[in-house]
Design a protein around this ligand. Structure first.
Ligand SMILES: [Zn+2]
Length: 102
């Protein structure tokens, strides 16, 4: 994943992602600009979101298997579920951001 720092314009490749706790159940994932150290948050998760993210990984794997088996109906169903979850996760993250005022 490549990124350009908004602050100093440095163009860099994100190699490590760090995690910081917001409270007991909530954490934020972020990376830093290697040049100026500016922090960029890109994901906030709580237990519920983490569970959904795991589920998403599973759905991706199943989708891959369905494609290999040429089971396109199943593939479409899995894709639909995946896309639906994606919207739910984004909404949950927005709510979480508001709740934690970050
Ligand atoms: Zn920078």
């Amino acid at each position: 994943m490549d990124a350009i720092c908004d602050k100093c314009g440095y163009d860099f490749r994100i190699e490590s992602v760090l995690v910081e706790k917001v409270d007991e159940n909530v954490s934020r994932h972020y990376f830093c600009c290697y040049e100026c150290g500016e922090k960029y948050y890109y994901m906030i998760v709580d237990e519920e979101i983490e569970k959904l993210l795991l589920k998403q990984k599973e759905l991706q794997m199943l989708r891959h298997l369905a494609l290999e088996a040429e089971d396109y109906d199943k593939y479409e169903d899995l894709l639909e579920e995946y896309e639906g979850n994606k919207d739910i996760i984004l909404k949950m993250q927005d709510e979480l951001k508001l709740k934690c005022s970050v």
